[in-house]
Design a protein around this ligand. Structure first.
Ligand code: T46
Length: 138
């Protein structure tokens, strides 16, 4: 059982259309994702032992799905920290604004699919934890 997630973070079940040939998950913008999808990217080939993320976004909304393998996602809203193990292609994690995230403990086959509501913009990133805390607690 995962502890309560911070505001803006939610685990969303994604229906699998499986049959005897295997599984298929379709993610539709209108019904499965709580925002308009502007960008899709995926994280893969992660080097063993590293930490990824280590930032928050000022305004970006995302939905992340571990479509293969697993990793641990730490979520921090400036008041508390929760860890979620992402290991299920039938579950998406929403990541709202002002959530510091760190990804670690990657399995070698890990692939993270991410849907986002805006184009890539480095100005939307807060990559300094002290700055994040100051903004989150303001
Ligand atoms: C997030 C977590 C879950 C681009 O050029 N375009 C893009 O759309 C993205 C996402 C990244 N980049 C560049 C920026 C860096 O030079 O790709 C490089 C690696 O990005 P970053 O270090 O931010 O990767 P992660 O895995 O630490 O974080 C990524 C996302 O950036 C971030 O929004 O929430 O995955």
């Amino acid at each position: 059982m995962t502890d309560a997630l911070p505001k803006g973070c939610r685990l969303i079940p994604l229906a699998s259309r499986g049959d005897e040939r295997g599984s298929l998950v379709a993610i539709e913008g209108t019904s499965d994702v709580p925002f308009d999808i502007a960008r899709v990217y995926y994280v893969f080939g992660t080097t063993a032992g590293v930490t990824r993320g280590r930032h928050a976004h000022r305004a970006l909304n995302q939905l992340a799905v571990a479509v293969a393998g697993s990793c641990t996602m730490l979520l921090d809203d400036g008041a508390s920290r929760v860890e979620v193990r992402l290991d299920d292609p039938e579950t998406g994690l929403t990541l709202g604004p002002m959530i510091w995230r760190e990804m670690s403990d990657f399995s070698p086959d890990f692939v993270l699919l991410v849907l986002a509501d805006a184009a890539y913009d480095e100005a939307d990133y807060i990559r300094d934890y002290a700055q994040f805390l100051a903004l989150a607690r303001a």
